[in-house]
Every structure is written in structure tokens, then in C-alpha cells.
Design a protein around this ligand. Sequence first.
Ligand SMILES: [Mg+2]
Length: 145
Amino acid sequence: MAIRVLALDLERTLISDANNANPRPGLSEFLAFCLARFERVVLFTTVEEADARSALDHLVECGHVPAELVDPLGYVPWVGEHKDLAFIVGAAPEEVLFVDDDAGWIRPDQRDRWVAIEPWDGGADRELVRVQHVLAERLAIDNRV
Ligand SMILES: [Mg+2]
């Protein structure tokens, strides 16, 4: 199946944490790539939607990320001990790639959908650039484009 949806963790993946909302280096460029290359990009996070949205709004207000890279992001409501990709409405797990820093949230049988990223809490970092290349390779292989 072709990959259509990208799910993104929030804390330690895109930002430091929801309270401080420091942007990971390269965040705007990474989101622009994701929105251009995937049909849908959704947040899959332990942070409640209202708090996730206000953290992203803060990034926009501070000029770190343009609103057009934040507004299209969906949000996945979910419960349970794993971030089960079946919670993503309108896509089969095989059509999803998922970027998260924490292996503990990944369903054992969905590990092939997971793209690991080093946890970030500030400072210089190139992980979003590296992960962008990994995603591009996965798209090229799975979608034969
Ligand atoms: Mg995380």
C-alpha cells in the first residue's frame, strides 16, 4: 500500500515540551517537506489537543513557524498503552509512517511504520534534517516514485 499519512509526535520530536514550546532546529523546513509530500500530516501525541494547539500557536506568534505550516496539521484522538495507528481515521496502518522519539509508545506489530528520532530538549540538532531524508527514502521505496 502507498504511504499517504504522516503521524508526528510532538514533545521531544518537534518541540521541547508543550509548556515551553521551543522549536526544534529546522522545524519549519521539516513541516514544509511533510505537508508537501504526504496527503495528510497528523499529530499523535500524549498532549491534549487544546494544549498541543496552543503550543503550536505560540510558535506562530513568536515567528518560529508560519501559520500555513501549522493550520493543516490534524490531531489523532486516542487512548491506551500504545499509539496504535488504527486510531488514525481514514487510513490503514500500512499507509502511515510515524515519527516518534519514544519506542515505548510503538505497537510491537507496527514497528515497521515507525521512524525513530532522537529526543530533543534544546540545543543544536540535525535530527529533523536526517529524518526528512529517511522519510523521502521510505516514500521512494514504498510509493515507487
Ligand atoms: Mg515524544
